[in-house]
Design a protein around this ligand. Structure first.
Ligand SMILES: O=C(O)C1=C[C@@H](OP(=O)(O)O)[C@@H](O)[C@H](O)C1
Ligand SMILES: C=C(OP(=O)(O)O)C(=O)O
Length: 430
């Protein structure tokens, strides 16, 4: 049951803040999996510490990987023989439920997977079918979803698989991440509707290459990982750009200015799309070596935007659209019905509940701004719903956000960072 409610703070004037963001969930979890397969000890500098990354750490430890914290900020990952029996809690983490099963095939022994109630409804069929096709034994309960058990044989033959990744890019990423250690590597071909979140697959390819793995992505929607050793990593995790969305949007809706230090000049993170989205909504966006600065007029313009590449931005962008000076169309995100919750239904229900005009489409939302009023913003165990509710509440008195602790999935300090931003507190130097 939801734990509590949080009265979202209202801005008394334009926000003027510097927000130091924690590390990227997607990068932290990829580096962890690669480090577990590495031939030596890896060091992860400034990893994200949140529920999703702790679940990944727990999963790898359960399989025999040693992970220790050093210097209060970094993790040292010492690979070991991967063994079962083990029981993996995926929580609600897409990364854990899609990245760890391909690794578990390499373990010797049974590895059981389960997660939160809603995790049992998130799509898994394409990756479980693909794992069987490359020689991994998977026992499910008759429906291809959590819970299931992988009977690891200590080795995976590998080979070529065709997969429909239209419901999640994580199926492709998960298969590629462990495949260097498969006997024949892997070739993954996508066949189906559009693959969402392609930058996340590029991130996977880049992380593999950082670990010395040979990946061929020269053919559209086909990825080939050659069998090889995986080099140890020594990497600093970039700030989580998707988690910048609500802070940057705060500048836009209050006519203020928000600076995010350390925004990478070049990145595979899908959240980098925020620069274009906010620019199109009329904000001033400036990126230099010091970071990203966004300032707004207080009246963002409505947009027509296809978010299929950066779908995890949808909740906050939808909230921003509800505060715009004209109608918006968000397209290309049918698959987010399979995210933490059915995000299209959740956003339609909750934004409508505060007075916005929201029409749910098969692949997006049509949003017509109307005067908003206070009320309870339900969050469906979805961290990004909390962030979306906070943004609306910043300029709408009386918004109460349900279950704020659910932000622990990717940003446990969200409420403190948000409250400090609204109160105009300066962050402590990093
Ligand atoms: O690989 C990853 O780390 C992710 C890929 C995307 O998943 P989908 O392709 O399911 O949207 C994204 O939305 C999710 O937050 C993280
Ligand atoms: C979709 C998301 O998460 P997951 O990695 O669980 O798919 C998200 O963080 O918005």
């Amino acid at each position: 049951m939801p734990s509590a409610e949080w009265a979202a703070p209202v801005a008394e004037g334009p926000i003027d803040a510097t927000v130091v963001l924690p590390g990227s969930k997607s990068l932290t979890n990829r580096y962890l999996v690669l480090a577990a397969l590495g031939r030596d000890v890896s060091r992860l500098r400034r990893p994200l510490r949140s529920r999703d990354t702790r679940l990944m750490v727990g999963a790898l430890q359960a399989l025999g990987v040693d992970i220790t914290e050093v210097d209060g900020t970094d993790w040292l990952i010492t690979p070991g023989d991967l063994t079962g029996p083990a029981s993996i809690d995926c929580g609600l983490a897409g990364n854990v439920m899609r990245f760890v099963p391909p690794l578990a095939g390499l373990a010797l022994g049974e590895v059981h997977f389960d997660g939160d109630a809603h995790a049992r409804r998130r799509p898994m069929a394409p990756i479980l079918t693909a794992l069987r096709a490359v020689g991994v034994s998977v026992e499910d309960t008759g429906s291809p979803a959590l819970p299931f058990t992988i009977a690891g044989r200590g080795a995976v033959p590998g080979g070529t698989v065709t997969i429909d990744a239209s419901t999640s890019s994580q199926f492709v990423s998960g298969l590629l991440l462990s495949a260097a250690r498969y006997e024949r590597g892997i070739t993954v071909r996508h066949a189906g509707q559009q693959v969402p979140s392609l930058p996340h697959i590029e991130m996977t390819v880049e992380a593999l290459r950082d670990a010395g793995v040979d990946v061929d992505d020269s053919q559209s929607l086909t990825w080939r990982v050659e069998p090889s050793e995986v080099n140890a990593l020594d990497v600093t995790v970039e700030p989580d750009l998707s988690n910048a969305a609500q802070f940057l949007a705060a500048a836009v809706v209050t006519g203020g200015r928000v600076h995010v230090p350390g925004w990478p000049v070049r990145t595979t993170q899908a959240g980098d799309a925020l620069r274009d989205i906010l620019d199109e909504m009329g904000a001033t966006v400036h990126l230099d070596r010091a970071g990203l600065t966004v300032s707004g007029s207080g009246r963002p313009s409505g947009i027509d935007v296809d978010l299929h590449d950066a779908s995890e931005l949808t909740p906050v962008v939808a909230a921003l659209c509800a505060l715009a000076d004209g109608p918006s169309l968000i397209r290309g995100v049918a698959h987010i019905r399979g995210h933490e919750t059915d995000r299209l239904a959740a956003l339609r229900t909750e934004l409508t509940g505060l007075g916005a005009g929201v029409e749910e489409l098969s692949d997006g939302l049509r949003i017509t701004p109307r005067p908003l009023h206070g009320g309870t913003f339900h969050t469906y165990a979805d961290h990004r719903m909390v962030m979306a509710g906070a943004l609306v509440g910043l300029v709408t008195p009386g918004v109460v956000v349900e279950d704020p602790d659910t932000v622990g999935k990717t940003m446990p300090d969200f409420v403190q960072l948000w409250s400090a931003m609204v109160a105009g507190e300066r962050p402590a130097p990093a």
